[in-house]
Design a protein around this ligand. Structure first.
Ligand SMILES: *Cc1c(COP(=O)(O)O)cnc(C)c1O
Length: 399
């Protein structure tokens, strides 16, 4: 264990907050370390293990595809890619008909920003305080957190950040032609920043403003999409459809893949060569992606996310009533946050000891993004373990 930690650190630098656990195997909501110790995975690979670790459908699809063809550029046609696109069309918001393939979340956002710029001819962008959209230069320009931005300035200049409560100021900014606002980018529920929900009418209001002013509304559903919140798209909770939607994380059962999907006229305004990606739409990712969509739809994972998510949240609210160190519990489906009064690092480390992996947001928020295959027994087991972790934290803090 110590040996592999030391050796990996020697090569990879110090870019990730890392935890002392070495995972070698996963199935469903469980993972195992080198010594065979089992963990309940409420971290879910930052939400990538959406349909469960090593989902049978995904494993079979990859195993079959890998025998036939692994790479295939977009400049030629491929049946597996078409199969994915046809399945995806059945779950995508109905006005979003055209798709650009990427290999990660930040690339899906980059594509969205470029396409919107070309479509509107305007370089001004409105983004949200607390928003997270990735770390390449374009995505970083619309990401709020100073900690990620400060060493890489200057970023795009014409980006304005607003808070949920500043509806008047949003209207002022978009109404001033000097700001040239052509794009607004929003996470329907903010993930990285700590499972932050928008006020009830916010998304509807900005949808109306964007429609009114000819602004392209981008929903970054990279974390909240694909059933995570108990509906296929988080935007559905407020009955709002964007013009462009970005997806990645769990879309291909753990294989790297992203998509930017949008209204036809936006993608249709681009010319050959104006954007591309070498790995885009490769048959391996498309096979895995088709299988992941089958898992979501045929194994009823979206309904399950809603059902067990409610149980999980109710249980967490009981824990909040019991342990005064919990400040807030929030979220929808299996996208849940527990805001604490203190730094959560000790809780995460104690979790590893007790066989549960948790994720953090900022310093004091525990984030739960377990696979959507989680069942009631696993929810109850997770709650039991979190109860113990909170109890231990109380002892450490208060004695
Ligand atoms: C994870 C995430 C991204 C970035 O995805 P990468 O694949 O890490 O580039 C962007 N937006 C949101 C909302 C995310 O959760």
């Amino acid at each position: 264990m110590m040996q592999s930690i030391k050796s990996e650190e020697y090569y990879v630098g110090n870019l990730y907050q890392r935890f002392p656990v070495n995972i070698v195997k996963g199935k469903g909501c469980k993972v195992w370390d080198k010594d065979g110790k089992e963990y309940l995975d409420c971290m879910g690979g930052y939400g990538v293990a959406l349909v469960g670790h090593c989902n049978d459908r995904v494993v079979n699809a990859i195993t079959n595809q890998v025998q036939d063809l692994i790479t295939c550029h977009m400049s030629v046609y491929n049946e597996m890619r078409l199969k994915f696109l046809e399945k995806f069309a059945l779950i995508a918001p109905k006005n979003l008909r055209k798709t650009f393939f990427t290999n990660s979340g930040t690339e899906a956002v980059e594509a969205a920003l470029k396409f919107s710029r070309k479509f509107t001819g305007k370089d001004g962008i409105l983004a949200l305080n607390g928003g997270y959209h990735g770390k390449t230069f374009g995505s970083l320009s619309v990401t709020y957190n100073e900690k990620y931005r400060k060493s890489f300035l200057p970023l795009f200049e014409n980006v304005k950040f607003v808070s949920y409560s500043e509806m008047d100021s949003i209207i002022n900014i978009v109404s001033n032609p000097e700001n040239k606002i052509g794009t607004m980018i929003v996470e329907p529920i903010q993930g990285e920043t700590g499972i932050i929900m928008p006020p009830q009418n916010f998304l509807k209001n900005i949808r109306n403003i964007c429609t009114d002013k000819g602004i392209v509304l981008i929903f970054d559903e990279i974390q909240s999409g694909l059933g995570r919140t108990g509906k296929m798209w988080a935007g559905e909770h407020w009955d709002v459809e964007p013009d462009v939607m970005c997806l990645a994380k769990g879309i291909a059962g753990g294989v790297p893949m992203g998509v930017t999907t949008m209204r036809s006229e936006i993608l249709d305004c681009l010319k050959i060569g104006e954007h591309s990606s070498t790995f885009a739409g490769n048959p391996l990712a498309c096979a895995a992606g088709s299988a992941a969509i089958d898992a979501l739809t045929e194994d009823n994972l979206v309904e399950n996310s809603s059902k067990v998510g409610k149980l999980f949240k109710e249980g967490l609210l009981e824990l909040k009533a019991k342990h005064k160190i919990v400040r807030d519990v929030r979220g929808l489906g299996l996208m849940l946050g527990i805001e604490m009064r203190f730094d959560v690092k000790d809780i995460l480390l104690d979790g590893i000891k007790h066989g549960i992996l948790l994720l953090y947001s900022g310093r004091n928020i525990l984030r739960l993004l377990p696979p959507l295959v989680m069942d009631e027994t696993e929810v109850n087991k997770s709650l039991g373990l979190i109860d113990i972790l909170l109890e231990n934290e109380v002892k450490r803090r208060i004695g």
